[in-house]
Design a protein around this ligand. Structure first.
Ligand SMILES: [Zn+2]
Ligand SMILES: [Zn+2]
Length: 456
């Protein structure tokens, strides 16, 4: 169970962006349009809004300098700019940006520390230092006194250039609504390349009495009646203390549905799928035998689904999938420096590990078993299959990060990876790790504990 201070830190991560001033972008629906609009609006009024302290940071020089020195790749290097002039009330757009992206002091008792801006090679931080491409810089604002970690990704996020350069690591600004083409792109890469690790059996072997929701008719249908292609999406979520209705006698799912369920139906159809499995509706609640059969087959049900949607935001199914339906996300702050735009790119590991979803034994099992996961957090969407993982906030040169013949992403590329490499893992060591991860989770009932670990 995450400590209360870990939880506090996770909350700190989310709150500042809402509270502090930032440069707002336009309202266009596409990322491209947002980006162009941002360039226009910030360049118009930026000239007199950069303070003297920030003017000393020569971004042009930083972006043009050679970062290919191998000694710099594994660490953040020594390049730093003291931000002693930065404060909450500043009118300077850069100060405001830096302030809103700062890391909290490691020592929670420290108040108002002096911060510095560190510069380092993005690919070193993201685990691609040995690969011969891209030397774009990344930045972070950390307290100067802290012996801030030189380990990778211990921070809540980093600052990167907002760009679409396909062969570089760059930032992708989170918008209130998810750009589904990004998610489709990830699924497509997996479908087309990860044949050995992620391939799905053509005809899923489902348990007797298996039923799914038809998202078009909103009725429960037996698997035998499912049209081709025979594939279904699964949902992993926490029901919590919410009381909701079950399926009607006529086999229709209840209406209205809690937000998360409604959003998952919308996402399923928007991704081009039709059928969805959700335990609450697809297992007959008053039939002990059916319940037993379906629960015993939970591992196959998750493993064989075409993708598992993980609802990792909020405490119950009323919260919704942020960015899909009515629950919007915060735009991450960004700022213009010279001819570049910098954007804050949050990591996702801590947010998912500290979520209520991750604190339950059942859901952890579902996460481990699912072949491909789309995790919805309050901040962004995270994808992981058995061969690759991607963050919505970071545009990674996925092709360059894959091994020969694109079988899988290279193991060393660890961009805030959440689940173990290649699912359950293969060696006894992996199993040990899984056991330890499991024991750290809180289980509401002992019965849960036995059932949740049955798969091992
Ligand atoms: Zn400033
Ligand atoms: Zn894959």
């Amino acid at each position: 169970m995450p400590s209360s201070s870990a939880k506090r830190q996770a909350q700190d991560l989310v709150l500042p962006y809402g509270k502090h001033p930032r440069i707002e972008l336009g309202q266009q629906s596409t990322v491209d349009a947002e980006y162009r609009n941002d360039e226009a609006s910030t360049s118009a009024n930026k000239a007199d809004q950069i303070c003297r302290g920030c003017q000393k940071i020569d971004f042009e020089a930083i972006f043009s300098e050679d970062r290919r020195d191998p000694r710099l790749y594994k660490i953040w290097g020594n390049r730093r700019f003291i931000l002693s002039h930065m404060n909450r009330q500043s009118n300077c757009t850069l100060c405001q940006f830096f302030y809103s992206t700062r890391e909290p002091p490691l020592d929670e008792t420290v108040v108002d520390p002096v911060y510095c801006l560190r510069v380092f090679p993005a690919k070193g931080e993201l685990g691609a230092w040995e690969l011969d491409f891209d030397d774009s810089p990344a930045f972070i604002v950390v307290p100067i006194l802290d012996n801030y970690p030189f380990r990778f990704q211990d921070t809540h996020g980093i600052i990167m250039e907002l760009s679409e350069t396909p062969e570089n690591f760059c930032g992708r600004q989170i918008q209130p609504q998810v750009d589904l083409s990004v998610i489709k792109g990830w699924l497509e890469i997996c479908d087309n390349n990860h044949k050995a690790l992620c391939k799905q059996k053509p005809n899923p072997q489902v348990p007797k009495g298996f039923r799914v929701i038809d998202c078009v008719t909103r009725k429960i249908v037996p698997w035998e009646n499912v049209a081709n292609p025979k594939q279904y999406v699964t949902l992993s979520y926490v029901w919590g203390s919410f009381k909701g209705k079950f399926v009607t006698r006529g086999g229709a799912i209840p209406s209205p549905l809690p937000g998360t369920i409604e959003d998952t139906i919308l996402l399923t159809t928007n991704l081009g799928y039709r059928y969805l499995w959700i335990d609450r509706y697809c297992i007959t609640q008053d039939d002990a035998m059916d319940m037993h059969i379906q629960i015993q087959s939970m591992d196959e049900i998750y493993q064989q689904s075409v993708v598992t949607v993980v609802a990792a935001a909020g405490d119950d199914p009323r919260y919704g999938l942020p960015g899909i339906g009515a629950t919007p996300r915060e735009r991450q702050p960004c700022v213009k420096v010279g001819n570049k735009t910098l954007v804050y790119t949050p990591y996702v590991r801590k947010e998912i590990l500290n979520s209520n979803w991750n604190s339950r034994g059942w859901t952890y099992q579902e996460g481990l078993l699912a072949r491909r996961k789309l995790v919805f957090t309050a901040t962004q969407v995270y994808f992981q299959c058995n061969a690759m993982h991607c963050l919505e906030s970071i545009r990674a040169p996925l092709k360059n990060l894959h091994t020969y013949k694109n079988v899988r992403m290279r193991d060393m590329v660890d961009i805030s990876r959440v689940f173990p490499l290649r699912g359950l893992g293969k060696s006894p060591n992996d199993l040990d790790k899984r056991l330890n991860e499991y024991l750290q989770r809180s289980l509401r009932y002992e019965r849960d504990m036995l059932n949740a670990f049955r798969v091992f």
